[in-house]
Ligand binder design. Structure first.
Ligand SMILES: [Zn+2]
Length: 284
């Protein structure tokens, strides 16, 4: 086996287990730091199209939209200043909540989502295509929120997305971070048996996300460290070994404490989320 990014054949095995495939190894490249599952064969053709991402009992669309609303709103806030009168493509748009919010400001919004029921749900309200082949080009902004880590060939997809941008356009890629503090500092055993998922084929840190973008022929403008989960969530993991602390112990999460904690984690490069801002290179 070779590293997808640097072709090294030297790997560490990471601690922990893939929660839905406990026998699968979690490998970390000794040379570039890319984290990957040692096997990708379980993601078969038609897996995402038929709601396989949700397991045997897919969450209803309304509940899915409600569950993701806080992330959708955060992402909308992140880009709303650059949306007015622009053309937006959201690649891997999930339930479509972000697109619905962005539609208020943008000149045009288009989604790409493999999952067939999402296309059907929004049929009269949002343009959601099943693949990049059907969306044209010339976008001012393309977003890909928590989708690149699912892709078997993320370099080629990011390269394809770059070609759909206007020359001065921007591609924003958000992924979970392989350097999450619960993994790389707190060494939280319960979290290491929870967070890895068979659908996350790759996990990136700031360095490997940057390398991926460059290999895809894009210019890296910035890689931001963003913390989605709170101090209460982390203390709950360390104390109780379970998720949900940001709800159960939310009295701990004052605005001041949340900002300070997120700021410290960002300065250490150990947030749970990375946001890459990418642009076409002048030769593209
Ligand atoms: Zn590597």
């Amino acid at each position: 086996m070779q590293c997808y990014l640097c072709q090294s054949s030297q790997f560490f095995t990471r601690k922990g287990a893939v929660r839905d495939a406990p026998n699968m190894q979690i490998l970390e490249c000794e040379d570039c730091g890319l984290v990957m599952l040692h096997d990708q064969a379980h993601i078969h053709d038609g897996f995402y199209e038929n709601s396989g991402m949700h397991g045997s009992d897919p969450i209803p669309m309304e509940a899915w939209l409600s569950e993701t609303d806080w992330d959708d709103q955060r992402r909308f806030e992140m880009v709303k200043a650059i949306l007015p009168n622009k053309r937006l493509l959201d690649f891997g748009c999930g339930a479509g909540g972000f697109l619905r919010k962005a539609q208020r400001l943008a000149a045009e919004v288009v989604g790409v989502e493999l999952e067939i029921r999402v296309q059907d749900y929004w049929a009269d309200q949002l343009k959601i295509a099943p693949s990049l082949d059907a969306v044209g080009g010339g976008y001012d902004l393309i977003t890909a929120f928590h989708v690149v880590e699912h892709l078997q060939n993320p370099r080629d997809i990011i390269s394809d997305l770059g070609k759909l941008l206007k020359p001065e356009g921007r591609l924003i890629v958000e992924v979970p971070s392989a350097d999450d503090v619960l993994l790389t500092l707190y060494d939280c055993d319960a979290f290491q048996r929870f967070t890895y998922w068979s659908q996350h084929l790759f996990l990136f840190n700031a360095s490997t996300l940057s390398l991926l973008a460059k290999r895809a022929g894009l210019k890296v403008v910035a890689i931001q460290h963003y913390q989605r989960y709170s101090l209460a969530n982390h203390l709950h993991w360390l104390s109780q070994g379970k998720p949900g602390g940001h709800q159960r112990w939310n009295f701990l999460d004052t605005i001041e404490l949340s900002h300070a904690y997120a700021h410290v984690l960002a300065s250490l490069g150990k947030t749970d989320t990375l946001v890459a801002h990418l642009e076409p290179t002048s030769t593209v």
